[in-house]
Design a protein around this ligand. Structure first.
Ligand SMILES: [Zn+2]
Length: 201
């Protein structure tokens, strides 16, 4: 029975569970470890003596193994340091099968230490936050692009307005000039009329 990798709760591995590849088995155990609250550790593998191909692989818990005490320079045995390793035996063993699949041949469920369960909900909401941040970043980038486009249009518009107002002011100037001239003519006319009247008196 093959395990589907989907969003539903992760199934517990069983002896006989099949995977399409070693990588698929690793991904599965990684997801399983996260959902349970431990950190997966890729462990030993067995290779073919003929061509070096990996034939079997163990995935375990990172609290597997014990800190081996090291002999100091003086020859005395150092006290083993406080280690994150607690000799946890939890693991799965997957083996390449003649059918071309990778099959779980051994599953050790029990951990000898407390598991730190990361609530799935919290993880999901984190994922959602990441997604939202990503969306907002894209939105912001688009806004910036839009802003730049608007600024370009505004600049172009401002240039048109400036040109137009220059042209307008030139026109106004010429109108004012014309008016002045007209005024002058009017005054001249008035003067000549006054002169006429005066001469007739
Ligand atoms: Zn463990």
């Amino acid at each position: 029975m093959a395990v589907e990798d989907d969003d539903s709760t992760i199934e517990e591995p069983r002896e006989g569970t099949e995977f399409e590849s070693e990588e698929a088995a690793k991904t599965f155990y990684d997801d399983y470890s996260r959902s349970l609250g431990f950190v997966m550790r890729v462990m030993s593998c067995r290779r073919s003596e003929r061509d070096g191909r990996i034939l079997a692989r163990r995935f375990g818990c990172n609290k597997e193994g014990r800190c081996v005490s090291v002999r100091g320079k003086s020859g005395s045995v150092r006290k083993p340091r406080q280690s994150t390793r607690e000799g946890c035996k939890a693991m799965i063993h997957v083996k390449y099968d003649r059918s071309g699949k990778w099959v779980v041949t051994k599953f050790v469920k029990e951990h000898n230490h407390p598991l730190v369960v990361e609530p799935r909900q919290a993880r999901q909401s984190l994922d959602e936050k990441d997604k939202r941040i990503h969306e907002l970043t894209i939105e912001l980038r688009n806004e910036k692009r839009l802003c730049a486009a608007y600024k370009e249009q505004l600049d172009a518009f401002a240039k048109i307005v400036e040109e137009y107002s220059n042209r307008m002011s030139r026109k106004v100037e010429s109108v004012v000039e014309n008016l002045k001239e007209f005024e002058y003519v009017e005054v001249e006319l008035l003067h000549s009329k006054q002169d006429d009247i005066l001469s007739q008196l």
